[in-house]
Design a protein around this ligand. Structure first.
Ligand SMILES: *Cc1c(COP(=O)(O)O)cnc(C)c1O
Length: 390
């Protein structure tokens, strides 16, 4: 290949553009057929389709209870409310903001911990070290981009501290930690069904647990704390899931295996092609684990690649390729968290290196063109960096 990056005057790899993501929305007519019985009965929310979704998800995940809620954020807020009464919650900064927001909405303090630079997952050893800094009431971690974190180490840390273990499993429906399904790890796991996730309801979340008392608290909490007689037991939320969203989720669930398989095929093609490009390091997933690859994130190691992440993203954009820098900025660098002290050099470095590539079901040709564009950018990295400085 002798082609030049579009940023240096070459022909763009994707003249019509390549989008970053395309929601895996199920067919509308199938959703309409599924919601019809609830609709004609006048049951628009929290009805039989929500019950069916909860039962199917619990069976699939192998947990005793799944409670459907209006979002993963609400599910995390209600789970923490049921499990802690303030204190500090250990969690990584390399996650989506909602993980930390759920802590703050409960009047608790986020105690940010490092991530591992290669897996981008919570660094549990670092979490253990920082556990001495405060009155820890829970430990929490994210299955980053749908790849399971080191759940056994998190569970061991929770046992050592005598506190509950929560997982933000927003990306993880369909993932496996060895033989264990994501959904049954720790005390509770919360999934998202918002448009960019692999299981899609439009909006929605699923709380999975084997703890019946906890599940009962979520059931109450999603309905204002109202047990049915309007004598509310605590200040709950309206976090119910509508029947239309449940119908969408059930149709999406029917496509889950197929959409996971096609994402995996895309990722395998990426892996094969990117291995030849110096300084591109894909997120490392533990051997034997299954990731949903909600995102396919690589690190641009500037010294080896010859240019930094921002230069690479700009050059890919010139080639018509839409990317994101997930998760940048890390939570502790966001304006909402400036008052929370955190010294996280590994997280800062990793977050400055990440770029997520398009990963919706793409044919081999499109994956190859992304790889070739990235290869051309690397071969001209010096010129591109110079152009940016000038
Ligand atoms: C998407 C996401 C959330 C938020 O999910 P919602 O359903 O939109 O509330 C939380 N955590 C992570 C890691 C996410 O990616």
């Amino acid at each position: 290949m002798t082609s030049r990056p579009a940023a240096l005057g070459g022909a763009p790899a994707f003249p019509d553009g390549l989008p970053f993501a395309r929601p895996a929305a199920p067919p509308l007519d199938a959703v309409a057929r599924r919601v019809e019985p609830s609709w004609s009965k006048g049951t628009l929310t929290n009805g039989p389709l929500v019950r069916e979704l909860e039962e199917r998800a619990a069976e699939h995940l192998g947990v005793s209870r799944v409670v459907a809620v209006s979002s993963c954020t609400a599910g995390l807020m209600l789970s923490l409310r049921a499990l802690i009464g303030g204190g500090a919650v250990l969690l990584p900064s390399f996650t989506f903001s909602a993980s930390a927001h759920a802590v703050v909405w409960n009047g608790a303090v986020p105690l940010f911990v490092e991530c591992d630079r290669r897996s981008l997952q919570v660094d549990v050893t670092d979490a253990g070290r920082r556990a001495n800094a405060g009155d820890v009431s829970a430990v929490m971690a994210t299955h980053v981009f749908g790849a399971p974190c080191d759940a056994e180490a998190m569970e061991a840390l929770g046992r050592r501290l005598g506190v509950p273990v929560l997982f933000d499993a927003a990306h993880g429906f369909g993932a496996r930690r060895g033989q264990r399904r994501v959904g049954g790890l720790g005390d509770v796991e919360v999934f998202s069904m918002s448009p960019t996730k692999v299981l899609v309801a439009g909006e929605g979340g699923l709380v999975a647990t084997d703890n019946d008392a906890l599940a009962d608290q979520i059931v109450l909490g999603r309905d204002y704390g109202n047990p049915g007689d309007y004598n509310t037991q605590f200040a709950g939320l309206n976090a119910r899931l509508s029947e239309l969203h449940a119908a969408t989720a059930l149709e999406s669930f029917a496509q889950l295996e197929e959409s996971m398989a096609s994402r995996l095929a895309t990722v395998e093609r990426y892996h094969a092609g990117l291995a030849a490009i110096p300084g591109i390091e894909p997120q490392v997933v533990d051997h034997g684990d299954v990731s949903t690859y909600k995102d396919f994130t690589v690190r641009v190691v500037a010294d080896t690649f010859g240019a930094d992440r921002d230069t690479v993203m700009a050059a890919l954009r010139a080639d018509g390729i839409d990317t994101r820098a997930y998760f940048f900025p890390p939570v502790h660098r966001q304006d909402a968290y400036t008052s929370v002290p955190a010294e996280l050099p590994v997280t800062d470095l990793a977050a400055s290196e990440v770029v997520s590539l398009p990963v919706f079901p793409m044919d081999a040709d499109r994956v190859n063109r992304v790889v070739e564009a990235l290869g051309a950018i690397q071969r001209h990295a010096g010129e591109l960096s110079g152009a940016r400085v000038a």
